[in-house]
Design a protein around this ligand. Structure first.
Ligand code: ADP
Ligand code: MG
Length: 299
């Protein structure tokens, strides 16, 4: 069954939106690990407008650290991070607040980013209020956002725990979209979801990109997910990027032995179940692809 990358958008790669140049990140040691720990070494990546760079690698390879460095949450020991023409490697807190309009994040677990005590309408209105959007306009924007992520308008009055995992992730995506960012760092945003929900949420990411031209730095340990969502893929291994290129080539015909191993890595110990998982996912993706094509033909 075909698993060709589905991103049909032709992203603009001429003017790069994000450029990470020779980035090294060292975490300062503490407690039983007093020596500084080098989590990233000499990282070079770039992302154009409307483009998705998939970042794949096993647990502990440094994917989250790279995402956090871009967001200003990990220490930049050496190198540069240039976003939208501005060196943001050591941006101040105030500069970060301004930046947050253009640079957003979606995490694996929406519980860590959604205040459980707040109604969804308030969660979505908060970033708008922080940026000084008047309440009436904010309310209209919240309705628009819910619609954009496929949630009913009455979701506004409900608490995060009243939603399923997939719906909660839709809320987190809506919040990330509130200020129409240029880039969203997505750190394993579908890894906690079951397969059919995964496929739907991945589709939502693609749809949003088609509608808004947003770019993604999309982190996942799962090569299938990354292949599906990305234009280009970078493979991380022990804090370095060992291979980088077009999604179809890197994920199907990789050069680096580590990527080849990843390609055949088994996320589920039982090989029969793994085969089943792959088959299920490919079937789901194919169904959605044909639905998309039908919708496209009707539009
Ligand atoms: P991944 O997201 O690919 O699983 P991470 O970026 O989370 O990888 O971690 C990369 C390495 O950096 C790991 O060895 C991890 O233990 C270490 N690390 C991550 N965060 C910190 C931190 N705050 N302090 C010290 N070491 C860290
Ligand atoms: Mg991680």
């Amino acid at each position: 069954m075909s698993t060709a990358p589905r991103s049909t958008l032709r992203p603009d790669t001429s003017g790069d939106l994000l450029q990470v140049q020779d980035l090294t990140v060292e975490y300062r040691g503490k407690g039983f690990r007093p020596k500084a720990f080098r989590a990233l070494t000499g990282i070079n990546i770039s992302i154009g407008q409307g483009e998705t760079l998939g970042l794949v690698g096993e647990s502990g390879s440094g994917k989250t650290t790279l995402g956090r460095a871009v967001l200003g949450l990990a220490p930049v020991t050496a190198g540069r991070i240039v976003f939208n023409g501005q060196d943001i490697g050591n941006a101040s807190r105030r500069e970060r607040r301004v930046l947050s309009r253009d640079l957003q994040v979606v995490f694996q677990d929406p519980y860590t980013s959604l205040n459980p005590a707040m109604e969804v309408g308030d969660i979505l209105a908060e970033p708008l209020a922080v940026q000084g959007v008047p309440p009436l306009e904010a309310k209209r924007r919240v309705q628009e956002l819910l619609d954009q992520v496929g949630l009913p308008a009455d979701a506004m009055r409900r608490l995060p725990r009243e939603f399923s995992g997939g719906q909660r992730q839709r809320v987190a995506i809506a919040r990330a979209l509130a200020l129409s960012p240029k880039l969203i760092v997505c750190d394993e945003p579908v890894s906690a979801l079951d397969l059919s929900t995964q496929a739907k949420v991945l589709d939502l990411f693609l749809q949003i990109q088609r509608d808004t031209g947003v770019s993604y730095l999309f982190v996942s340990h799962d090569l299938d997910v990354v292949r599906h969502i990305s234009h280009r893929v970078a493979v991380m291994y022990r804090g370095e990027i060992v291979e980088q290129g077009p999604a179809g080539i890197v994920t199907r015909d990789p050069e680096h032995p580590y990527t080849q191993r990843l390609l055949f890595a088994s996320p589920v110990p039982d090989p029969d179940r793994q085969e089943q998982r792959r088959a299920d996912r490919h079937r789901l993706l194919a169904i959605q692809k044909s639905q998309d094509e039908q919708a496209g033909a009707l539009a």
